[in-house]
Every structure is written in structure tokens, then in C-alpha cells.
Design a protein around this ligand. Structure first.
Ligand SMILES: [Zn+2]
Ligand SMILES: [Zn+2]
Length: 223
């Protein structure tokens, strides 16, 4: 991750215009970003962060994963995120989705595949969870481990994804002697929800009485 305070930062959406203050979006991209996060769910007509169309157990999310602004932003966070952008997104996820951080015992994340961490140099879900931990002063824990050698989720069909997701992770040792009351579980994008639900299930078994999944973006409901 690039943490470089001295140089001008580039806009997290166009990656072309420089931004010199704490805000990681240039003036040209600002209205597109506002449109993205204020877009209403096509089904219930509510904003992304109030929509419950994906079910009660589905993650809370900041925006729907569709369009170039959403794709650019997620791609930027995966490959090239700087601290300022990560902090900005972390705070926005928490605030917009109405997450009351004081009610959580700890924050954790859905871990990335090791080879992807090697390529990017970091795990984007982990750096988001770290930012939430630091900004809101709640402990960060590693509750899950990714098992090696599993097929990529996006190569599988929807029903195969649900089955596969259960076998891609395990609870990280050592398990806590006493379960946490409530954990916040962070990921970047949720597609079918299979991964984050499998992870939430493991956490409820081994780590916490309850878990609230929170992601940056959710793929739209196609109906
Ligand atoms: Zn821009
Ligand atoms: Zn909805």
C-alpha cells in the first residue's frame, strides 16, 4: 500500500486529476460519485444502505456494483489503495450504513487468497477493517483463514458458489475462550452473498454470538 503524504494524491475514480487535500475525489468526479452512492435500489426504491431486498442476513452495503465509477473505485482499492482513500471509504461505509461501532466487540474481514495478496501487496478487506478499527477504536481480529488451492468464485455457477464458499475458509486458531458478543465482518464486493454468508456462519459457530456483514458494494438484483 502506498502511504505517501508529500506527493499530490490522485482522484480514486479517474486516477488522473490530482487532489491535494484530504478528500480523495476530484471536482470532475464528485457528482458521479454522489450519484453512485445516492442511487436507489431498482426493486424497493430505497438507497443501497437501507435496502433489504437481498434478505435480512445479506450484508449492508454502500452502493450497487454497476457502472464504471463503481468498477474503477473497487479496482483502485484492490490494486493501488492509499491510506487516505481507504480511510475515506471505511468511514463512509460505517456512517452511511448507520453502523453503531460502539455496539461491536471487534471488527474482522474476509481474507483474500494469498497469491492475490502477494500481487497487490496487501489485502483490501483487511486494510478496510484495520481502518475501521483505528478510526472507531474497536479491536481488529483475524477470525478466518482462506484455504489454499480452491477454485476462483467467479469461475463457478451460482449454485456451485454456495457449495464452494463453505469449503474455502476455516476459523483461525486459536479460537476465543469466550465468544465475542458482536462482530463486524468486512469485505469489498458481495456478488451472490455466498462467501460472506459462509464466513458469517463460521464466525457464529466459533467466534461471536452475532455478526453483521458490511461490504462496499453489492452486485445488483437482476430481475
Ligand atoms: Zn476524478
Ligand atoms: Zn432494495
Amino acid at each position: 500500500m502506498k502511504i505517501d503524504i508529500a506527493s499530490p494524491h490522485y482522484c480514486m475514480i479517474c486516477r488522473f486529476n490530482a487532489c491535494h487535500d484530504e478528500f480523495p475525489i476530484c471536482r470532475e468526479c464528485l457528482s458521479e460519485f454522489q450519484d453512485l452512492i445516492s442511487a436507489k435500489c431498482k426493486k424497493c426504491k430505497k438507497s443501497a444502505f437501507s435496502c433489504k431486498c437481498h434478505g435480512e442476513k445479506a450484508p449492508r452495503y454502500l452502493f450497487t456494483y454497476s457502472g464504471s465509477v463503481a468498477r474503477n473505485l473497487i479496482y483502485y482499492l484492490k490494486e493501488n489503495a492509499d491510506k487516505r482513500t481507504v480511510d475515506f471509504i471505511a468511514e463512509l461505509m460505517v456512517r452511511a450504513c448507520g453502523i453503531k461501532t460502539e455496539s461491536f466487540s471487534a471488527v474482522t474481514y474476509v481474507p483474500r487468497l494469498k497469491r492475490k495478496i502477494r500481487r497487490a501487496g496487501y489485502d483490501q478487506a483487511k486494510v478496510l477493517a484495520e481502518a475501521i478499527s483505528r478510526i472507531y477504536n474497536i479491536p481488529l481480529i483475524t477470525a478466518l483463514e482462506r484455504l489454499p488451492g480452491k477454485k476462483e468464485q467467479k469461475l463457478l455457477s451460482q449454485s456451485d458458489r454456495r457449495k464452494a464458499a463453505q469449503f474455502n475458509f476455516r476459523s483461525a486458531e486459536p479460537l476465543p475462550e469466550v465468544k465475542y458478543k458482536r462482530l463486524l465482518l468486512i469485505d469489498d464486493v458481495s456478488t451472490t452473498g455466498a462467501t460472506i454468508q459462509a464466513c458469517a456462519k463460521l464466525i457464529r459457530n466459533d467466534y461471536a454470538d452475532s455478526v453483521v456483514p458490511l461490504v462496499i458494494a453489492k452486485t445488483p438484483i437482476i430481475k
